[in-house]
Design a protein. Structure first.
Length: 324
């Protein structure tokens, strides 16, 4: 058994901390495992998770922790409509670049009792360093796209210090000496977050690359998924400078769990996006083309897309699309 598992390139290990000090010793063992796996894996693919909405002592959201631990500072979420005719331009074609390590997701929350009742506070962290590096990622992505436009999302008319710093730091990226004029051809736009949502639904074609602090990026990309038919179609990668982890944008959908009707296309596209990020464009193209063909054809579709197909039927269809 030892020989067989040692020969495998990566391992999938379920951790079950259970109760009592199990919750303390298993996270410690997990750290050791992650340190080893980080060296051994080229990339990872994450599914989805539902963390409890109430505070549970000792529990941390695994996805939030992984992004932070592996310094996967960018969550890159392409939202693209598949046109009926492959020769046509998609009606929606944008990439949401979400900062992945800061904002309210630092999860520094406190609750205190006051004479007027309980008072809850959360820290919202925005740093110049993280804003600049997510800005660079957005400009880099824009450089590889025909329109070469970055829209910065913020609310600095209200949050002038935190969002002000985000906006200012991203805007400063093209002028950084180390960038050497590389992004001079990229057009910079900006939008206040609420008006950005409005315009997203009214005129999605105005967006190319959107860069946003963590929470706004999370919300905007789920909203954008409504424009392309389903959250079950939208992929993402969590990217850092040393590691990449694919992750469908959808959550764990407990209402349909176990029914065999989850749309697998966001996860499949996430695998393709992960390959692309690693430089395997040919493999990524093959997967994306197969997925696009299944969507275009519309014959095999899960209920989120108005169909009756099961997950395994969609998987089979992507493996043998008629036109490929
Ligand atoms: N694949 C995205 C996903 O799982 N979304 C749900 C989410 O954000 N979960 C965070 C958590 O519950 O800890």
């Amino acid at each position: 058994r030892q020989m067989a598992t040692a020969a495998r390139k990566s391992l999938k290990i379920g951790l079950i901390p259970a109760d009592g000090i199990g919750k303390e010793v298993i996270p410690a063992a997990r750290e050791a495992l992650e340190a080893v796996l980080r060296e051994d894996c080229d990339a990872a693919l994450f599914g989805s998770v539902s963390s409890p909405s109430r505070k549970v002592t000792g529990y941390t959201s695994p996805i939030v922790a992984l992004r932070k631990e592996l310094d996967l500072y960018a969550n890159i979420r392409p939202v693209i409509a598949v046109p009926a005719n492959p020769a046509e331009k998609p009606s929606v074609d944008m990439v949401v670049v979400r900062e992945n390590t800061e904002c309210l997701y630092v999860k520094q929350e406190v609750i205190i009792n006051t004479e007027n009742g309980r008072e809850a506070r959360a820290t919202r962290l925005i740093t110049e360093r993280a804003s600049k590096r997510i800005g660079k990622m957005a400009f880099e992505i824009a450089l590889g796209r025909p329109r070469k436009q970055v829209t910065i999302i913020h609310k600095s008319n209200v949050l002038s210090i935190t969002d002000g710093l985000f906006r200012e730091s991203v805007r400063a990226v093209p002028k950084l000496p180390e960038v050497n004029g590389r992004y001079d051809g990229v057009k910079i736009e900006e939008q206040i977050v609420d008006s950005a949502v409005y315009r997203l639904f009214r005129e999605p074609q105005i967006y190319d690359v959107i860069v946003a602090p963590n929470l706004y990026g999370d919300i905007l990309s789920d909203a954008a998924a409504a424009l392309v038919g389903s959250l079950g179609l939208v992929p993402s990668v969590n990217a850092g400078d040393k590691f990449v982890m694919g992750e469908p944008v959808h959550g764990s959908a407990p209402d349909i769990e176990g029914k065999g009707i989850a749309n697998p296309l966001a996860a499949i596209r996430s695998a393709a996006l992960m390959l692309r990020h690693l430089g395997y464009d040919k493999g990524a193209d093959r997967i994306d083309n197969a997925v696009n063909e299944v969507i275009r054809e519309g014959r095999v579709a899960t209920p989120d897309l108005g169909g009756k197909s099961h997950t395994n039927e969609v998987v089979e269809a992507t493996q043998s699309p008629e036109d490929l």
